[in-house]
Design a protein around this ligand. Structure first.
Ligand code: ADP
Ligand code: MG
Length: 451
């Protein structure tokens, strides 16, 4: 098998795991991979209306398989007619494959953008309509309409999701766009690190030669005078060249105290949109959207019940679905009733709300405790199997439970490369597909981390 065939059979395998037999037969059976080149896959579907299903349900699978096999982000084009008469998968000349692999090494300029956060899977409600519209407008016309775009709202309401969705959308239109997603915490550390190394030239190169800067949680700039100064110049440099800046914060610019006035003023230059907690109807819609990922039937009552239990935060809603999943798995249920849901979320109800930012070291510590391995070994270089496994679990959780970029996570694990983290993440994610024990282990560890 060539790489392309390996990729396609992996896609089919993941789709089979995810979908029920009927859906698989209908949507996937007749699909074909026509070609892959320059990280774009051409997929044949025998009807245009099947594309929506692929976009909504199989995109993450294609992306996962893309990372696994080609180690880079694959974008997808759908085709509904056959230009070529053969039904066979077009085999890809080795040189072409090599060029794909070479491009890969130049391409991960944005290993920090999470492919799973898209506009398609961002459920719209009255609470986030303006923010989503603003984000879409900016993604369609970076640097021209609203600059900067400032999105604010409480924790777990989708700010990070929207920032990444903007990034993914722009990259979809132009894979070569120079985009950076950065948490403010990372920006601060990056700045201090370059300052310490007397390497500000490089810092400027990284942050001032962008088409789009997506900066998350700018409230963390408060009280950081020297970083504020540097950020001001970064802002000026980008803004002056009509480059797009998108900022998020947990509060409106007017309430950002201990922040230089000139920054606050600039944050309001473009447009400001808030996200408020979703109403019941939107929460049900979000649950309905997310529960498609699970192989159970949720009754309408159950969805209303769950939506009624968590009213301030989408992250808690997602957590509730995961709790339900775990219990249903243990009990081998296929239908989720209100009683099951109530039992599943009992622990979460007692301990919520927990929206504190999780430190990577907390994750390393708890994973270490669970597997009986020291923090030093988790961060170290030993290649003994059980240590490697624990390390990979910790990397996976750091990716899943925090907003840190791959390079940042890599750095926290003894200065490893971001591709190591990506590999670990993919590996554990795939193991989870059919390893129930691992899933239970992870839930236990996660609960420890959160409390
Ligand atoms: P914030 O950055 O505002 O704290 P996140 O963007 O991290 O919040 O969102 C928390 C979780 O909730 C993410 O998994 C995100 O995908 C999900 N989420 C938030 N809002 C929505 C929405 N409107 N539709 C679908 N998922 C959402
Ligand atoms: Mg966030």
């Amino acid at each position: 098998m060539n790489k392309q065939q390996v990729f396609w059979s992996r896609v089919l395998q993941l789709a089979k795991n995810k979908l029920n037999q009927g859906a698989y037969d209908f949507y996937v059976e007749n699909a074909q991979l026509l070609s892959i080149s320059s990280n774009r896959a051409q997929i044949f579907l025998d009807s245009p209306y099947k594309q929506l299903f692929w976009d909504q349900n199989l995109k993450d699978i294609l992306i996962t398989a893309g990372f696994e096999i080609f180690d880079s982000q694959i974008s997808i084009d759908y085709q509904f007619t056959h230009d070529t008469p053969e039904r066979e998968v077009v085999s890809e000349p080795i040189e072409q494959l090599q060029s794909v692999m070479q491009q890969k090494s130049q391409q991960p300029l944005h290993p920090d953008i999470k492919p799973q956060y898209t506009f398609e899977n961002f459920v719209q409600g009255d609470n986030n309509q303006m923010a989503k519209a603003g984000a879409l407008a900016v993604a369609d016309n970076p640097g021209s309409l609203y600059n900067p775009l400032f999105i604010y709202g409480g924790p777990g309401l989708g700010k990070t999701h929207l920032l990444n969705a903007i990034g993914n959308w722009i990259l979809g239109n132009n894979p070569h766009a120079r985009i950076k997603y950065v948490s403010t915490e990372t920006f601060i550390n990056d700045f201090l690190e370059h300052l310490r190394l007397n390497d500000m030239e490089n810092f400027k190169k990284i942050y001032r030669n962008l088409d789009v800067l997506l900066i998350d949680d700018v409230q963390f700039l408060r009280n950081k005078a020297s970083t504020q100064e540097e950020f001001f110049h970064t802002f000026e440099a980008l803004y002056g060249k009509n480059k797009q800046i998108v900022l998020t914060s947990d509060r409106s610019p007017d309430y950002l105290d201990n922040l230089e006035e000139r920054l606050v003023t600039r944050f309001k230059w473009g447009t400001t949109s808030d996200i408020t907690p979703p109403d019941l109807e939107t929460r049900i819609a979000i649950l309905r959207n997310k529960c498609e990922d699970y192989p159970y039937d949720f009754t309408d009552d159950t969805l209303s019940y769950l939506a009624g239990q968590f009213d301030s935060n989408v992250r808690d809603l997602e957590g509730a679905l995961k709790d339900v999943h775990l219990l249903a798995n243990l009990k081998q249920l296929t239908e989720i009733t209100v009683d099951v849901a109530a039992e599943a979320i009992r622990a979460r109800k007692q301990t919520s709300p927990t929206n504190t930012v999780i430190a990577i070291e907390t994750i390393q510590q708890e994973v270490g405790n669970f597997y009986g391995i020291s923090l030093k070994e988790i961060k170290g270089a030993k290649r003994v199997q059980h240590i490697v496994h624990a390390r990979q679990v910790a990397m996976y959780l750091a990716r899943e439970m925090t907003d840190n970029s791959l390079p940042k996570i890599g750095k926290e694990f003894g200065k490893r490369d971001h591709t190591t983290v990506m590999h670990a993440h993919n590996k554990i994610k795939n193991m989870l597909i059919d390893d129930k024990n691992l899933e239970i282990e992870l839930t236990t560890i996660k609960n420890k981390i959160r409390h």
